[in-house]
Write a protein of this length. Structure first.
Length: 285
């Protein structure tokens, strides 16, 4: 049909009357007139068939109801389920699916990230000695809108022993390198690593780190509470006072990490330092 319409319009342009073309192809004259008008807009191309689907759903929500859903979401800032129930309490008949679709179209529906994959649950080990549970994370230091510096940080939950290092780029390869460097400085084996779902701690990192590894629950930063608190401490006491460049940062960290492990007292260790606390559980330290 698209080609027939094109050929009919071409015959009209060649000098045939619309009535003659209609008799030739077996269509009404009014149809041929419409084809000629469309051909003037799209040129010498097949004239496509318009979709027969309706432009409006027979049961679509009214503009008034859509506005109510939109305003209620902005007012209470709650989930689609709460918005739907509040409208029902006021006598407004609307389904939860309609509320979710409306919020989605208006950009107010918070969706689960498609990049967060499922990971099988692994029970959190009890830290009974150094190395039983080691939390690892990354601090993003903004240089400008497009450039960052990444500071890897690691803390042993049992002894509060820490290690940190700055890098220009973020990747699974650098994560493995950082763990290996930390193992060289630690006096105990890092048996279990725990991290969030950042791209630097993906499957590639887990396979090559040569350590047991577990992920925190999605949306539960408290699972990594010790490393999150250390991130704040190291920024306040070290990183914020240094020029944001890899070499000065690593120079400052080289001086700060020994201070943290050897001189800084911790309430969680009964006002002892990590290096004072470790020999109690590792006699050969």
């Amino acid at each position: 049909m698209p080609r027939i319409r094109r050929d009919a319009a071409a015959l009209v342009r060649s000098g045939w009357s619309t009535r003659k073309v209609a008799r030739h192809f077996g269509f009404t004259q009014s149809a041929v007139v419409k084809w000629v008008a469309k051909a003037k807009k799209i040129g010498i191309h097949p004239i496509p068939t318009l979709s027969s689907k309706p432009k409006h759903h027979p049961r679509q929500l009214s503009d008034e109801l859509i506005w109510k859903i939109f305003q209620r979401r902005l007012a209470i800032k709650r989930s689609a389920e709460v918005v739907c129930q509040e409208l029902r309490n006021e006598g407004v008949e609307v389904s939860l699916a309609s509320v979710k679709r409306t919020l989605d179209r208006t950009g107010l529906l918070k969706k689960r990230s498609p990049y967060k994959r499922f990971h099988p649950h692994q029970d959190r080990p009890q830290p009974l000695k150094p190395g039983d549970l080691v939390q690892i994370d990354t601090i993003h230091l903004m240089i400008n809108e497009k450039k960052r510096i990444y500071v890897y940080a690691l803390i042993d939950v049992y002894s509060r022993w820490v290690y940190a290092r700055a890098y220009e780029k973020l990747s699974g390869r650098r994560s493995v390198q950082f763990v290996r460097d930390a193992q060289k400085h630690a006096s105990f084996r890092l048996d279990m690593l725990q991290s969030d779902h950042g791209p630097e701690f993906g499957d590639w990192f887990v396979e090559r780190a040569k350590r047991n590894h577990r992920y925190t629950r999605i949306g539960k930063p408290n699972d990594n509470a010790h490393i999150e608190r250390f991130n704040r401490t190291i920024q306040e006491e070290c990183l914020d006072k240094v020029e944001r460049s890899v070499r000065p940062l690593n120079k400052a960290l080289k001086a700060y990490i020994p201070y943290y492990n050897e001189k800084r007292l911790h309430f969680g260790l009964n006002l002892k330092t990590p290096n004072q606390f470790i020999p109690k559980v590792i006699p050969s330290y």
